[in-house]
Design a protein around this ligand. Sequence first.
Ligand SMILES: Nc1ncnc2c1ncn2[C@@H]1O[C@H](COP(=O)(O)OP(=O)(O)O)[C@@H](O)[C@H]1O
Ligand SMILES: O=P(O)(O)OC[C@H]1O[C@H](OP(=O)(O)OP(=O)(O)O)[C@H](O)[C@@H]1O
Length: 190
Amino acid sequence: MAGRLIYLIGPSGSGKDSLLDAARPRLAERGCRVVRRVITRSAEAVGEAAQGVSPEQFAALQAEGAFALSWQANGLSYGIPKEIDEWLAAGDDVLVNGSRAHLAQTRARYPTSLVLLLTVDQAVLRQRLIARGREALADIEARLARNTRFTAELIAGHGAGLFILDNSGPLEQTVERLLCCLDHGHSACA
Ligand SMILES: Nc1ncnc2c1ncn2[C@@H]1O[C@H](COP(=O)(O)OP(=O)(O)O)[C@@H](O)[C@H]1O
Ligand SMILES: O=P(O)(O)OC[C@H]1O[C@H](OP(=O)(O)OP(=O)(O)O)[C@H](O)[C@@H]1O
């Protein structure tokens, strides 16, 4: 049986990378693979979660069909390696750190995907982005503005089949809810 594509989305700073890092061993125990993304971000700013490439390298990979999904956001290009199709065909679940703006295209290609929206209270989000210290303040403001536009639209437009995971509290609690959702379905894990 084919595996499930699990598409984790949420605002910049909502905790997608932290959640995936914290849940990684327990996801592996369940046979769920976490995709390593290809990103045009400098190698120092990516780690286990991503491979950094130059814009030219990204364009070459895209031209040779290396990506199952790809998008641009926040001045960066992101690619999801096409190996995920082999993993899914082999029956493995595959978890992707995705883009809200690319949700419709992802659903078109993977109609049975499970979509998880990570949310955080906006004031908490601002504090976390500032504390993370990865972007300049102007970039943080741009990300917060992008978030305000998106979240309401998303919930209105994709309510059914969009599972909300709130990460305003402790990360461990969100990890437990994520695993509960995968094991038992969202309604069992409020
Ligand atoms: N539940 C949480 N409680 C406190 N801080 C958190 C929590 N989740 C994430 N963070 C912190 O918030 C910042 C943004 O998280 P990150 O995982 O980089 O988000 P994203 O990948 O969605 O942009 C990081 O500094 C991270 O340590
Ligand atoms: O359409 P959006 O939902 O806004 O998403 C745009 C991109 O931003 C996030 O990536 P990235 O890891 O670069 O940013 P983050 O670490 O700040 O979340 C997310 O994973 C997408 O790749």
